[in-house]
Design a protein around this ligand. Structure first.
Ligand code: HEM
Length: 208
């Protein structure tokens, strides 16, 4: 019998328990395999970036779109702030898709498209920032703030890769995408808090 169609056997051999439970068990196993694959991908990307950032020798004069020194810090903080705004917008769009917003209308088709477009634009916006971070500083563990920022930066790209993988997967548990998306939004917030807010707040961080 074909492995993917266990229900048929149940119908013909009279074993109704097989017919009703085996497809669910198979689906659960493949969903678990996809979730495990996504976690491995996230961990693999994060560890790879961490190792690259640790072995790399910082080049503090590396420029970001022609800006160096304080100019680069200001530009990066502005871009990171835009990224936080986009992440918040995408959380709202996701809540609308899941009908968790107190809006009267059901989500039009464009909401899904807008969520994907904003998500990829947000990702694209973070790339030059992270490239500057990685080349200018690498992964640094000099203080709690810098450690949290560096590790969150590495994990952000792992979480993004996992989210893209999960979006392509079918038959996932309902919580998988909200958890992946929520983690991404949270990481953008942590990255902003430990860098741009610190800069805007006179190189001090509330709470750290
Ligand atoms: C692989 C990922 C990343 C690593 C390893 C990393 C690492 C770092 C490090 C070590 C610093 C210097 C902190 C200090 O000494 O004060 C820094 C600064 C900063 N990072 Fe990141 N970061 C990453 C990704 C990101 C992302 C995705 C964003 C924004 C969404 C971001 C935004 C900033 C900003 C705004 C600053 C302050 C400006 C500056 O010092 O140049 N970083 N990063």
């Amino acid at each position: 019998m074909a492995a993917g169609r266990p229900g048929r056997r149940g119908r013909f051999d009279g074993n109704m328990e097989n017919a009703m439970t085996r497809p669910t068990a198979t689906g659960r196993r493949s969903a678990a395999a996809r979730l495990a694959g996504a976690c491995l991908l996230a961990g693999g990307v994060a560890v790879a970036l961490y190792v690259v950032g640790r072995v790399h020798t910082p080049d503090y004069n590396f420029s970001l779109l022609g800006q160096v020194g304080l100019g680069a810090v200001t530009l990066k903080s502005t871009l990171a702030t835009i990224a936080v705004g986009m992440a918040a917008l995408n959380v709202l769009l996701a809540l609308w898709m899941y009908r968790k917003l107190p809006v009267v209308t059901s989500p039009p088709r464009q909401v899904r498209l807008a969520h994907r477009t904003v998500g990829f634009a947000l990702f694209a916006l973070t790339v030059p920032i992270a490239v500057h971070c990685l080349i200018a500083y690498g992964v640094q563990l000099t203080s709690t703030r810098v450690t949290v920022h560096s590790v969150a930066g590495c994990f952000f790209y792992g979480a993004f890769a996992a989210k893209v993988l999960l979006v392509q997967s079918k038959r996932l548990p309902g919580w998988a995408l909200p958890v992946a998306g929520g983690t991404l939004a949270l990481l953008v917030g942590v990255l902003w808090y430990t860098s741009a807010l610190w800069y805007y707040n006179g190189y001090r961080l509330p709470g750290l």
